[in-house]
Design a protein around this ligand. Structure first.
Ligand code: HEM
Length: 179
């Protein structure tokens, strides 16, 4: 395997923690939304919503940290063997994932503010998003956009995982940079 330069340890930890969170958020989001659509209420549905909202809001906070890290710390270079066009394609997909990791939770948070459904557990509540009125119709439009952003994010992440696994099988050092 070629000599490889890894991402800094903190960056790698942030990557895998957020990956785990997003890969939990998507199925939990689909599950709870389908239960709500079928009018299945109760403790399980409420717990799914609470977990989803709390983890989703944490993703929003962590992506801010991650963007700051990305601006301040230079990513290690790709191996020379990787074609330039592939490097550019990889960078573009990564930037799109970053963008969706900002927009998706922002629309979710705006939706729960408009609904309003900010409770997490007991007396613990998410903060209200500034400038968003309480309005059920607005909430349903925001949730609609949130859902489509999340599905688009899921598709991009599936492509990202496929590419990462191809690098792992080829042993070209790209996967090891983030491992
Ligand atoms: C990266 C972060 C997030 C991802 C990947 C994500 C993913 C999803 C997905 C896949 C759905 C199902 C959509 C559908 O079937 O229509 C969903 C629904 C929902 N999400 Fe998120 N979500 C994220 C962040 C958030 C945040 C931060 C909040 C609120 C604080 C939130 C609140 C909701 C709510 C309330 C629904 C249900 C909407 C409805 O019942 O129509 N999400 N999410």
């Amino acid at each position: 395997m070629p000599q490889i330069q890894k991402y800094p340890a903190g960056w790698r930890v942030l990557h895998w923690v957020m990956a785990l969170m997003v890969l939990t958020l998507i199925p939990v989001g689909l599950w709870m939304a389908s239960r709500a659509e079928a009018d299945i209420r109760g403790a399980l549905t409420n717990t799914l919503y609470s977990v989803h909202n709390a983890v989703g809001f944490t993703v929003l906070l962590l992506i801010i940290v991650r963007i700051i890290v990305k601006i301040r710390v230079k990513a290690p270079p790709y191996p020379e063997s990787m074609p330039r066009t592939l490097q550019m394609a990889a960078r573009s997909v990564h930037h799109l994932i970053y963008l969706l990791l900002v927009l998706t939770p922002l629309f979710g948070w705006a939706g729960v503010t408009a609904f309003p459904a900010l409770a997490i557990v007991g007396d613990l509540e998410l903060p209200r998003m500034p400038f968003i009125e309480q309005d059920k119709e607005l909430a349903s439009r925001l949730f609609y956009i949130h859902g489509w952003l999340a599905i688009t994010l899921g598709v991009l992440i599936a492509g990202h995982i496929t590419a990462a696994l191809r690098h792992l099988l080829r042993k070209d050092g790209v996967f090891q940079r983030m491992f």
